[in-house]
Write a protein that binds this ligand. Sequence first.
Ligand code: NDP
Ligand SMILES: O=C(O)[C@H](O)CS(=O)(=O)O
Length: 481
Amino acid sequence: MSKLKDPTLLKEACLIDGAWVQAASGETIAVTNPADGSVVGRVPHLAAEEIPAVIAASAVAQRAWAALPAKERAAKLRRWFDLMIENVDDLGLIMTLEQGKPLAEAKGEIAYAASFIEWFAEEAKRIYGDTIPAPKADQRITVIRQPIGVTAAITPWNFPAAMITRKAAPALAAGCSMIVRPADLTPLSALALGELANRAGIPAGVLQIVTGSASKIGKVLTDSDVVRKLSFTGSTEVGRLLMAQCAPTIKKMSLELGGNAPFIVFDDADLDAAVEGAMASKYRNAGQTCVCANRIYVQRGVYDAFAAKLQAKVAALKVGDGTEPGTDIGPMIEPKALDKVEDHIRDALEKGAALVQGGKRLGGLFFEPAILTGVTPAMKVAKEETFGPLAPLFAFDTEEEVVAMANDTIFGLAAYFYTRDHARMVRVSEALEYGMVGHNTGLISNEVAPFGGVKQSGLGREGSKYGIEEYLEIKYICSAV
Ligand SMILES: NC(=O)C1=CN([C@@H]2O[C@H](COP(=O)(O)OP(=O)(O)OC[C@H]3O[C@@H](n4cnc5c(N)ncnc54)[C@H](OP(=O)(O)O)[C@@H]3O)[C@@H](O)[C@H]2O)C=CC1
Ligand SMILES: O=C(O)[C@H](O)CS(=O)(=O)O
């Protein structure tokens, strides 16, 4: 890839025990650019039989890594953060070429991804314990927190860097090792991060990155009793499967799964702010994020005004190759993603909705950002996650009605609402059954706050002071004195 300042960041190999390794079979997987179908690179297609050695290396490395003083682990993580920031242009370009998002968004994700490493480099030094007054004079009670041990992560294609560091940073900060299996569609970002981890002095085997069959590699990782924790980001369907696979070994799990975010606009909202928030929440990454507004509810008195304002903004979005200046919406990741958006539009139209903006294929994997009006709870788009650039507008009359509709889903990841009434802000933020709620904002993701869902959107939290708990075990020590 000639445009890289540092071409050695394009790693077409797996990171195993500190070395860059090909599959024993020599088989590879092509990584293609969703903008034009060109091959960006090729990564190894490891066989399942090659994974036990990776797990063994992880176990050896983890013991030495955990034995380091926290301050030394923190310093290496901080160096990894610094190297990511220094290489943001190359990391962003690699991401745009394999995932499609506009370059500015890709660079923004690199900064977001790096922020987790910066944050947990600091948290590494603050893993405190407790002393507890004993019930007997000849006893002393202490509580310490220790790393879980060998961990694994399986990550999705939509945030090829942030979903790696949001798991690896707390794991390594806690003294764990981690084996990462990135999505086949976007492994190059993860492998570039692995190269920078090596350069940062993170010891061989502490962070390993393997590519190949998700189900076969996943099965080896979930079956292993050495792997004590699995962190997964992806669909609820695969999350359920992995939970079942982890049950026989009683693995700790973190699950960041599907969403179906309601975005509610009350009639007392600042409409321009609400439109800006809807644009940011809905069309980021071409709508391919789990916290995207999936259902937009607008109180009847402002419905037409909101729809008109939103349509004007959406009509101005530039769809194109993510490397082209001014592109707002890149290609979608694969053909089935466009099929799902079209299916949701077709179903809504058959049930009485109107397509007032966009909704056409633009060739290849490009899709025209769309708006539906007259949407009702009877339509697929009310129950299923579109994961694409489609804004379905529902009208509502009362607060009670819209909260009930917003909560009528198996998901509970993110929700958003716009109101300038303080009492309503308190009532609605407490009534919404979601792990994360945005009030008068459509962007809630950062490294300092606990990211995660309730109901069938997942288990656990990532980021924040809570995120490191996912990689620690509590040990209670009772001493007779
Ligand atoms: N809560 C969150 O933060 C996020 C949730 N999601 C949700 O995921 C969906 C879209 O993302 P998508 O990546 O397609 O989700 P998938 O669940 O299909 O894939 C996620 C990851 O799991 C891997 N995978 C797939 N099947 C298995 C299996 N049987 N065993 C082990 N690993 C497997 C995939 O590998 P491969 O792709 O190589 O086959 C990929 O690396 C949406 O529902 C979205 O909401 C997505 C991102 C973030
Ligand atoms: O996978 C996702 O969709 C991300 O978690 C969304 S975010 O963290 O970038 O908001």
